[in-house]
Design a protein around this ligand. Sequence first.
Ligand SMILES: [Zn+2]
Length: 256
Amino acid sequence: MQITDFHMHPWLDQSQNLVFYPNTVPDSPLGMKKHLLDNGVTHACGSVISHDKSVSMRRLNDMALELRDILGADFYTPGFHIHPGHVEESLEEIERMHEQGVKLIGEVVPYFHGWNRFSAWDCIDELNVILDAAQKHGMVFSYHTITDWPLEPVIAAHPDMVFVAAHPGDRGVIPMHVERMKKFPNVYLDLSGTGIFRFGVIRHLVDQVGADRILFGTDYPICNPEMYVHAVLGERLGDEATRMIFHDNAARLLGL
Ligand SMILES: [Zn+2]
């Protein structure tokens, strides 16, 4: 079975390893790949995030490209960073990554790398400029869900771009995702992080918005990928819906 983890964070060295408990995942990128394969994940996507806040956006994106060389493009799809505080640099990164054949932005994580202003910020104009360029290249925007981030005008301004919210969240957040996905056909949700430990949530989402809008994701190495695989299987959604969530939707959006 093909299982594409749409949302994880690979590492070149320990300064980008986000695991909470030391020495519980392999040190090296190739060890990480084997660990994921052993857990059932056959393809992985996502951005590099560093504990070291001084690392530049460009360097993080370079690391994602290096990891693609190490892990193989058939296993890893890089996600890259943009930043509304650095519009020119973001536009350069979009062109550079487009030339590299990369179309996944993110996951971008507001609580890392100075995105804190996002939750109550005034950078919507800057983000619109950056995403205008990304939309022209058919890119996909994967972002950490922050409930009070005023993102809907940005989504409305980019109807031809795919937005993927990360993390279903708990009971209080699910209705926001569902409402937004019903309002905007270009909004998707990945299953990573908090949420799917609540029984029935995946089936509820499929019933509300359809299996074609849900992407399998883990947030590895923060979360346990095998547990997430079994969470999807455990809902017994049927072969077609399960295949869509595990792989087909990500393959369609990212051209895998
Ligand atoms: Zn993440």
